[in-house]
Design a protein around this ligand. Structure first.
Ligand code: MN
Length: 130
């Protein structure tokens, strides 16, 4: 099986490092972006299997990034997970409306994150299956 390549877009270095460690321990290849603009560029230029997007980021926030990437026909089914602080829990619907597949709150529940990532990746493993 090919190694799956994931992007972590997160402006806080400690959070980025934590997410990277968890995902690399699962055997995923991880690339990073520290702001929304860089995230969007990497998503458009690289072949990624899944993206974790912090909502509150400099330059472009996560909502703007997901709205823009969904306009690209190549990226309409790319799995994208919102990651944000509990203070924004009320904005869950807004995130789903913007184009996120699902939503994880900080502090990150490691088990829930592993399961969510695995579930979304398995969805795209056999793209011809319904
Ligand atoms: Mn942030």
């Amino acid at each position: 099986m090919m190694t799956r390549k994931l992007l972590i877009a997160e402006d806080d270095p400690a959070s980025r490092e934590l997410l990277r460690e968890i995902l690399e321990a699962q055997g995923y290849q991880v690339v990073e972006a520290e702001d929304g603009q860089t995230a969007l560029r990497r998503i458009e230029e690289e072949s990624l299997d899944l993206v974790l997007l912090d909502i509150q980021m400099p330059k472009l926030d996560g909502l703007a990034v997901v709205r823009r990437l969904r306009q690209n026909p190549r990226l309409t089914s790319l799995p994208v997970i919102a990651v944000t602080s509990y203070a924004m829990r009320g904005d869950r619907e807004k995130a789903l409306d913007a184009g996120f597949d699902t939503y994880l709150t900080k502090p990150i529940d490691v088990v829930a994150m592993r399961q969510t990532v695995a579930r979304l990746l398995s969805r795209t493993e056999n793209p011809t299956c319904p």
